[in-house]
Design a protein around this ligand. Structure first.
Ligand code: FNR
Length: 343
């Protein structure tokens, strides 16, 4: 096998021994599973530290996991995280992710570094999922304008600006081999994603909002002070994320960061969270700690091995598990899930 390191075991297996099939290039599998230090492992662990304290003698004959957002209803408070170059895993890439997510009734976030042009995502009338477009802002702000325009034309619900990548970590061991196999970055001229601005500011948020008229969310917020600053400046949502532990090895886990950010936001805008969410119990814990919804990254990548059906099955499993834990804990709606249900 090619000499690259992924997961935590030094090969392309996931940290839990998930085996990627031969159809996926081992360099791509290592890139997907990769993280720095223990950062991704700490994300899993942080959720599991919180033990659930069920309430009993509540009428749980009807339990709804419906998530109301953007004037619409999704079947569960779950969306597929933006992850790059999905044709690494399945020839239909982002198109299969979109169809699979919506077959289970949840939206997606498209990576700007996708292998599918935003204009080529299946529309809602073709079974495609409602979507937000994620983007990295480039040093030359003009570079992102065509992507903003194409996203709006394709019906994006809004934009997710990733704020936790002012640089590419030099010690990320999976980037170099990936350059050899990555599909072109189809959303940008010349097939190359522009560099990422190290001087991203609130002005960028204002400009994107003004030029597109669409909501703009910030992805990669871990500090309550930053969350407060962003909300005060008019951002439409805050996503607690450490990029799946791919930017900084010693970073705080998202489960530990979430309560402080949620307190700072104080219900003014939605708070989403990602990193290590692997089960319905994890979704429940995230909501109890103040999230409105969660994103899943690597589980969706693994599921995409089986195309749209795989992604659909993943979301259905998470939703079914969430129904079970809500029922056990005495909650009939997401609004009833709160901190008092965790030890
Ligand atoms: C990512 N992530 C990511 N984030 C982003 O804003 N833009 C991107 O293009 C990518 N690309 C990407 C590729 C791959 C292979 C992975 C695994 C992740 C981060 C992603 O959106 C999300 O924050 C994490 O994946 C969440 O953690 P889990 O669910 O993977 O543990």
């Amino acid at each position: 096998m090619t000499e690259v390191h992924g997961g935590v075991d030094g090969d392309s297996a996931g940290p839990d021994g998930f085996a990627w099939p031969e159809s996926v290039d081992p360099r791509a599998a290592a890139y997907i599973e990769g993280a720095l230090g223990d950062a991704s492992a700490r994300n899993f662990a942080a959720w599991r530290e919180h033990l659930i304290v069920p309430r009993v003698l509540r009428d749980v004959t009807q339990v709804s996991t419906e998530w109301h957002h953007d004037g619409r209803t999704s079947s569960a408070p779950i969306a597929i995280a933006p992850w790059a170059s999905q044709t690494f895993v399945h020839p239909d890439g982002e198109r299969a992710t979109s169809r699979g997510a919506w077959a289970a009734g949840v939206p997606i976030v498209l990576s700007s570094n996708s292998a599918t042009r935003v204009a080529d995502l299946p529309g809602v009338d073709e079974g495609g999922a409602p979507f937000w477009s994620q983007l990295y802002v480039s040093p030359d702000r003009g570079d992102i304008v065509p992507y903003l325009e194409a996203s709006k034309a394709a019906g994006a619900l809004g934009f997710v600006v990733t704020v936790d990548a002012p640089t590419v970590p030099t010690d990320f061991p999976f980037r170099a081999p990936i350059r050899d196999i990555a599909p072109p970055s189809v959303n940008f001229a010349g097939g190359v994603m522009p560099a990422i601005a190290a001087d991203l500011s609130l002005d960028d948020f204002r400009r994107i909002r003004e030029t597109t008229g669409l909501p703009v969310l910030a992805k990669g917020v871990l500090s309550p002070a930053d969350a407060a600053m962003l909300v005060d400046a008019g951002v439409d949502g805050v996503i607690v994320s450490n990029h799946g532990g791919r930017q900084l090895g010693g970073v705080v886990s998202t489960g530990a960061a979430l309560p402080g950010v949620a307190r700072a936001v104080a219900g003014r805008v939605p708070v989403w969270v990602d990193g290590g969410i692997r089960s319905g119990e994890d979704v429940f814990r995230a909501i109890a700690l103040g999230a409105d919804a969660v994103l899943v990254g690597r589980p969706a990548a693994r599921a995409l091995v089986d195309g749209a059906a795989g992604v659909e099955a993943l979301v259905r499993r998470l939703r079914d598990e969430l129904v079970t834990v809500m029922t056990m804990a005495g909650c009939t709606t997401l609004a009833e899930i709160d901190r008092s249900l965790l030890a």
